[in-house]
Design a protein around this ligand. Sequence first.
Ligand code: ADP
Ligand code: MG
Ligand code: MG
Length: 208
Amino acid sequence: MANLQSFAAWIGDYAGVVAEQADYLTDLDRAIGDADHGSNMQRGMARAARLADEEEFTAIDAYLKKVGMSLVSNVGGASGPLYGTFFLRMGGALAGVEEAGAEEVGAALRAGVEGILARGKAEVGDKTMYDAWSPALDAFDAAVGAGGDLAGALAAAAEAAAKGRDGTEDLVARKGRASYLGERSRGHIDPGATSSTMLLESAARTLA
Ligand code: ADP
Ligand code: MG
Ligand code: MG
């Protein structure tokens, strides 16, 4: 079961990961974008991780909404609004929930990803973060359907996201900056699919 402390631990853990991996994420974005994905995520998540120290939160939904708003207002480009909307919608789905189990976390992740789609209009195969999220949500639900608990479902989701991330290498981008490169975007892993996989790996370490 994940409570408010677990969600704050998730945000803190992920802020550490993207800080450590900032150069790698930026290198991926240098190949098919504008070389700022690592610095965008590092700056945005560092700011979001400080929220829990600055304010006494009492509910998961209010906390995640604040994280989302912080990302929307502090990170420019595509990823700020996309990750911001993800956390805003995730928070909305967890209204009134104090202890989230596999069902609640699965529904909240799905709501978050629906926010990404509402903003970005990506489809599977467009070489975006959705190519990590789509198989991850399916794997999460399959694990829960097979009787798995939150830990098992998050582990399965992170593993599926990593496969989806790796699969973006062979794709031609149809959304975001990378789409300007057309065929030349092929042969590179998508930065956002990489940071999204890291977010699920972080969730598997902290939420269960
Ligand atoms: P920007 O492209 O504005 O510099 P970032 O470099 O921070 O923003 O983020 C780029 C990532 O955003 C891409 O790797 C991709 O995964 C994701 N992205 C871009 N456009 C979309 C979209 N329309 N839908 C989903 N994800 C997208
Ligand atoms: Mg960029
Ligand atoms: Mg940019």
